[in-house]
Write a protein that binds this ligand. Structure first.
Ligand code: SDX
Length: 394
């Protein structure tokens, strides 16, 4: 069942698994979740419907949708001792460092040697992790700004509940703006899964050793943190702030093309897409809708990003190397407009990608032929040789 080994840019990249979950056609710029185009899912479904689809392979009917939402709602609170974990972190700790620590620590509360070959054990772990991620992400944010944690309010939808935990305070009731809730819900859908990207492959590899799902999610979060992966939206916004003005775009385009300069255009390029990342187009529209709703349609960074995209897509270097905007190019701008601070962007990505990670973890451990992952290498080191005694080494 393992695929062919191919040697690619320093890594033995393997078609290491078969999966029924997500399909990407990099040349066409097509992304399907269980066969459904991401464009239709983003427009017609909400995030938990998409989570249900990814996990179960079919979209829920009305009854299944309500049942799934209710199950998730039953697990949104965290064990109260978890609230004490945060005190061990500096207030200025990067929220992803907090996420790696706290999500991994969930193992000590919710994993007691369960046998995850049993559907019930998997269902419980899935519900707990997917339900608690918004609560933990919001707690990480509240801790960083010195505000008290806001507990979940289960009469709200999954995404509205998250926004209330992020932006509400005990002083006044937070009323989520439905347009902004819908926008963030679509952003979650766009990040839900993406085939065997680095963090999903990390989850599969970690989970294949029999590590419990909570520790396995922590491994995925750690990998996602990297600026070449999930950290790119934060890096992209920082890059746009550094560019500052359209007049400086040519300077940064030149740097991105300069092989002696390590600078890369953040939010551009992709290991698989050699056409437009379909999520980038949808993200640009969500971005425009949110900015318009907030009367910010002339947002400086949004205009700069659109101009940068236009100039880059006309540049022979980017055309020849098939470098297009990816999911991270606009996501930072829209999250900033939603009031989410830059260092929280990758936490939002992790929150959404958890439904994909858990689905791919379950697909892996329920594969009757799965074994512990053990990628091989192409050895290019020294040939066999004998040790020279210390007193004879020069
Ligand atoms: C995500 O895998 C996934 O699915 C990930 C993800 C998901 O949903 O899980 O889609 C999320 O991680 C999106 C990517 C976010 N990262 C960034 O935006 C960071 C900036 N992008 C680059 O770091 C880069 O594009 C990568 C890492 C994403 C891909 O790098 P590759 O594998 O080198 O891309 P490539 O082979 O297509 O590059 C072709 C050429 C190379 O130059 P040459 O070796 O041919 O001379 O284009 C260059 C690259 O150096 N290049 C860039 C560039 N991206 C690639 N040059 C300038 N700016 C860029 N952004």
């Amino acid at each position: 069942k393992t695929g062919l080994f191919t040697y690619d840019s320093g890594f033995l990249s393997t078609a290491s698994c078969q999966s029924k979950v997500t399909y990407i056609d990099g040349d066409k710029g097509e992304l399907l979740y269980r066969g459904y185009p991401i464009e239709q899912l983003a427009e017609q479904c909400n995030f938990l419907e998409v989570a249900y689809l990814l996990k179960n392979g079919e979209l829920p009917n009305k009854q299944q949708k309500v049942g799934f939402e209710d199950t998730i709602k039953n697990h949104t609170m965290v064990h109260d001792q978890i609230t004490r974990f945060f005190n061990g972190f500096r207030r200025d700790a990067h929220p992803m460092a907090v996420m790696v620590g706290v999500v991994g620590a969930l193992s000590s509360f919710y994993h007691h040697g369960e046998d995850y070959s049993k559907p019930d054990a998997r269902r419980k772990a899935y519900s707990r992790i997917v339900a608690k991620m918004p609560t933990i992400v919001a707690m990480a944010y509240k801790y960083s700004i010195g505000q008290p944690f806001v507990y979940p309010k289960n009469e709200l939808s999954y995404t509205a509940n998250f926004m209330r935990m992020m932006f509400g305070t005990p002083c006044e009731e937070y009323k989520p703006n439905p347009v902004l809730v819908r926008a963030l819900d679509i952003i979650f859908t766009l990040h839900a899964d993406h085939e065997q990207n680095a963090s999903t492959s990390t989850v599969r590899l970690a989970g294949s050793s029999g590590a419990n799902p909570f520790a396995t999610m922590a491994a995925g979060i750690a990998c996602l943190w990297g600026p070449a992966h999930g950290g790119a939206n934060e890096a992209c916004l920082n890059m746009l702030e550094e560019i500052g003005d359209v007049s400086r775009v040519p300077e940064f385009i030149a740097r991105a093309k300069d092989k002696n300069d390590s600078f890369k255009l953040m939010g551009f390029g992709h290991r698989v897409y050699k056409n437009f990342d379909p999520r980038a187009k949808l993200m640009r529209k969500v971005c425009y809708d949110v900015l318009t709703e907030m009367g910010l349609e002339n947002d400086r960074l949004f205009k700069l990003a659109m101009e940068l995209e236009k100039i880059a897509l006309e540049d022979p270097y980017f055309v020849e190397k098939k470098l297009y905007p990816n999911v991270d190019f606009y996501s930072g701008i829209v999250q900033k407009a939603l009031g989410i601070p830059t260092d929280m962007f990758t936490c939002i990505f992790a929150l959404a990608r958890t439904v994909g990670w858990m689905t791919q973890w379950e697909e892996m451990i329920t594969d009757p032929e799965y074994k512990i992952g053990r990628p091989r290498q192409l050895y290019i080191g020294a040939a066999r040789r004998d040790v020279t005694p210390l007193d004879k080494r020069n």
